[in-house]
Design a protein around this ligand. Structure first.
Ligand code: ADP
Length: 616
């Protein structure tokens, strides 16, 4: 059915049909005209052929003019019977009183002498004009009534000859001719259809080839050319099509390479790029933008940029008219928080019509975080310095107000002033060394040291301090337990700085263990690093504070730390120093039972090298 419809719609079929219909219409018009002419002339000829010759009609007129009717009728009957015309099947002679005088048919002899009542005969006699007409009843017979005038010159109507002749042969002839004509026209139409099919195929073949080639071009296949059959209009069309296909191929190649270039620029950009249509629905998005949004491409294409970026209280109208720049926060208040600077610009056509928008996303999380940290740091420093300064001011004022005279409180006040001043100096020094490390100007004085000896040396110092402390009445009872490695472990470190780290952790272990206890120092060797751990049995650190203790000025218990002379910068400095050694520092704790601090430093086994040196 579909195939039939396709054929019926083809130009081939249409041309053949038009050709055939035109041919048929022409043949039919000619045929109709021809058969009509044939019919008319055949009837005319037939009319003439059944005309009673004048010699006979004169004889009849003579007989009708005679007085003796009996013998006249006899004569008339003789003339009628003897008259021989194959077409005529009935002949009647009527006189001017419309009385039948003779009949050709034997069976009708009884009518002789009777009056004929038909109007046609009456008309013919009175008007003196011949009537020829095809019989109404079956149309196969012709009736011819010829009026007769007297031969004596008086010109009076004497009667009429009524002739009835069969036209069957005439109609048979016409039918035969028509049939032949019909057959001929059908054959001609068939031949016409075949010829027109051949011609239309010759016309449509190049068109079909161009169509197929166009389909291949649409599928991206530019190979091959349309064959040029002749230099006619179709040939020129084929040539123009071939030129067009070459141009399309070149343009396509240029567009493809342009697109590839754009794709590669977009995908290698560190900034996110989003393009939308004029309704704000996303049409293009690059890899970086997808990573920022943590969404697959399928989830954002076609969606509104406002929804995808999670912009609140902003309409597309705002973005199009005035909103050029915005700050967008992804995953706000979570560890994965991402702060993006979004810059919007409109895509305009030459006419000024806005066809879309481009949004460039720049990751400013680090920058924002740094700014926030810097602000926090300045505020912390101010706060940390204000507290000791306020207390200094209070003590100095009290002394000034006369307390200096009181030998009981003056030394105590002066001791507090001295302690606070020392703490402030320590803090300033700590801040200065942190700042040096931040700026990257803290010089690392690296040397190869056997870490076992190095740690032992520091711990010896602490043992000495404990012994001195024990002489005091209010000393805390704590001991240092060493679980050191007896191997020679050579690591490259800045001894002063790493000593500062270990001192800080050891001092903290003492400071935050109010009831004393055992401080265990362990040294472990792994494949490519050594781990130094210092455990105490002190207050411990709450789990949620474990990550924060390395932040500047963070203290679990601010008052306690301050009372102990702490600055809240010790661990922050330690972290910077360890990381400058490409190491790592972290803490673990069971609150109320103690804490363990770990320092991991990179280590390269130099056993073989060492052996070689020994041999030399
Ligand atoms: P501070 O000068 O306050 O000691 P640090 O940076 O050395 O500053 O330490 C930060 C905070 O970590 C301390 O205030 C304390 O709350 C906690 N902390 C450090 N070491 C220990 C420890 N061994 N036991 C319990 N808490 C500790």
């Amino acid at each position: 059915m579909k195939k039939l419809k396709q054929i019926a719609n083809s130009i081939n079929f249409k041309i053949a049909m038009i050709f055939m219909l035109l041919l048929l219409a022409t043949i039919e018009i000619i045929g109709a005209y021809f058969t009509r002419q044939l019919e008319q002339s055949s009837i005319q000829n037939f009319e003439t052929s059944i005309q009673v010759p004048s010699i006979i009609s004169n004889q009849i007129a003579n007989q009708l003019s005679r007085a003796n009717t009996q013998s006249a009728n006899k004569q008339l009957s003789k003339i009628v019977t003897n008259y021989n015309n194959d077409a005529i099947n009935q002949m009647i002679i009527v006189d001017n009183k419309q009385v039948i005088r003779a009949v050709s048919n034997v069976n009708d002899q009884a009518r002789v002498g009777q009056r004929d009542t038909s109007n046609e005969i009456k008309d013919a006699i009175t008007n003196g004009k011949q009537i020829s007409q095809v019989e109404n009843e079956n149309g196969n017979n012709m009736i011819q009534i010829t009026p007769l005038t007297a031969t004596n010159g008086t010109n009076t109507n004497v009667g009429a000859i009524y002739v009835r002749a069969s036209m069957q042969s005439v109609f048979n002839n016409i039918r035969n001719v028509s049939l032949t004509f019909l057959t001929a026209s059908l054959v001609a139409a068939l031949l016409g259809a075949i010829v027109s099919l051949v011609i239309s195929r010759a016309i449509t073949r190049p068109i079909e080839e161009i169509r197929q080639r166009a389909m291949r071009i649409a599928d991206g296949d530019y190979s091959g050319k349309v064959k040029v059959y002749a230099n006619d209009e179709l040939g020129q069309l084929a040539k123009a099509f071939n030129t067009l296909s070459v141009r399309i191929e070149k343009t396509q190649e240029a567009t493809d390479s342009e697109r590839r270039r754009l794709d590669s620029v977009l995908s290698h950009m560190t900034d996110g790029v989003i393009a939308t249509d004029r309704h704000g629905n996303i049409t293009i998005i690059n890899e970086t933008a997808l990573n920022f949004l943590e969404k697959p491409e399928s989830e954002v294409i076609g969606k509104s940029i406002i929804k995808v970026l999670g912009l609140k209280d902003i309409t597309m109208q705002d973005l199009m008219s005035n909103q050029q720049e915005l700050m967008v926060t992804i995953n706000p208040n979570s560890p994965d928080e991402l702060i993006l600077h979004a810059n919007f610009s409109l895509i305009k056509r030459v006419t000024g019509f806005v066809s879309g928008m481009v949004c460039v996303l720049h990751d400013v999380t680090e920058q924002q975080k740094n700014e926030r940290e810097q602000q926090q740091f300045v505020s912390n420093v101010s706060h940390e310095l204000r507290t000791p300064l306020t207390s200094l001011q209070a003590y100095v004022e009290a002394l000034n107000d006369g307390a200096w005279k009181d030998p009981k409180i003056a030394p105590h006040f002066l001791k507090v002033i001295q302690d606070e001043t020392q703490r402030m100096i320590r803090m300033i020094n700590d801040l200065l060394s942190l700042s040096r490390m931040d700026r990257g100007v803290a010089k690392m004085d690296l040397e190869w040291v056997n870490i076992n000896d190095f740690v032992s040396h520091i711990l010896n110092r602490f043992d000495m301090m404990i012994k001195t402390d024990e002489k005091n009445d209010h000393h805390k009872k704590y001991t240092i337990k060493r679980e050191l490695n007896n191997q020679d472990l050579w690591v490259e470190i800045d001894t002063d700085k790493l000593m500062q780290v270990i001192d800080n952790i050891m001092n903290n272990a003492i400071k935050y263990s109010p009831d004393g206890g055992v401080i265990t120092v362990r040294l472990l060797k792994a494949k490519d690093h050594i781990i130094l751990s210092i455990s105490d049995q002190g207050l411990g650190i709450p789990r949620k504070a474990l990550n924060k203790i390395f932040d500047r000025f963070y203290r679990v218990d601010k008052a306690r730390s301050r009372k102990q002379g702490g600055t809240g910068l010790g661990l922050a400095i330690s972290k910077e120093i360890v990381e400058a050694h490409n190491g790592r520092i972290w803490a673990d704790s069971a609150e109320g039972h103690g804490s363990t601090f770990y320092i991991s430093l990179p280590f390269e086994s130099m056993a073989e090298e060492g052996d070689n040196w020994d041999e030399i």
